[in-house]
Design a protein around this ligand. Structure first.
Ligand SMILES: CC(C)(COP(=O)(O)OP(=O)(O)OC[C@H]1O[C@@H](n2cnc3c(N)ncnc32)[C@H](O)[C@@H]1OP(=O)(O)O)[C@@H](O)C(=O)NCCC(=O)NCCS
Length: 176
């Protein structure tokens, strides 16, 4: 941004303020919080490619039991500075198509939590390339990914459970 003052034009640098987030292993007590976060109607609509029925607690619990015991899934709880569970971030998938995903509770949106959590995970995971997918209209998620170095590599169409129809999807990649 160029800022003009009488007699001077100078460049103002973009100041990035990220929430203080740390990652830790998922604990049993996190699951109820994740379930509530992942049932927020606005979040579900945004994420679009969700479970068939996010409100089905039994299938949520079965899914989380599976992923927590799968050595191919790196799943972490994002915790705020007072120990609050802000959301989760993960890397999963086969070796040739490792993918990242994350979800932040709505009360923390816009504080830099997703960017901080994803950066922290990327910093400790050497696996590259890494991929990510987002609904083409999920501007927040695409921005988070781009801030972490991902670039859009292709567009696809996919059936989005949360929208009940096929929608545009973008695939992003992080190569180094
Ligand atoms: C998408 C999501 C992860 C963003 O989390 P967040 O913690 O609010 O993101 P951040 O605060 O780190 O924001 C990073 C950037 O995205 C922008 N952004 C965040 N939400 C946005 C939105 N809804 N629309 C446009 N930009 C948005 C922020 O302004 C920021 O950009 P800036 O630094 O240039 O200002 C969060 O809204 C979420 O969990 N949504 C539901 C689940 C979901 O969509 N998961 C991703 C599936 S692909």
């Amino acid at each position: 941004m160029l800022i003009e003052r009488p007699g001077a034009i100078f460049q103002a640098h973009y100041l990035e303020v990220l929430m203080d987030v740390t990652l830790r292993e998922v604990q049993d007590g996190d699951l109820g919080i994740f379930f509530a976060q992942m049932n927020d109607p606005e979040g579900v609509r945004m994420a679009a490619f969700t479970a068939d029925d996010p409100s089905d607690r039994a299938s949520f619990d079965a899914h989380w039991a599976r992923v927590r015991h799968d050595p191919g899934v790196i799943m972490r709880t994002a915790v705020g500075e007072n120990g609050e569970v802000v959301g989760h971030v993960a890397v999963f998938g086969p070796p040739e198509e490792r993918e990242t995903t994350y979800w932040i509770g709505r009360e923390y949106w816009g504080c830099g939590a997703a960017t901080a959590a994803l950066r922290e995970l990327l910093g400790v995971l050497p696996e590259r390339p890494l991929y990510a997918r987002a609904a083409a209209d999920n501007a927040g998620s695409i921005r988070v990914l781009e801030k972490c170095g991902f670039v859009v590599t292709r567009n696809e169409r996919g059936f989005a459970n949360a929208r009940g129809e096929e929608i545009d999807e973008v695939v992003l990649a992080l190569s180094d």
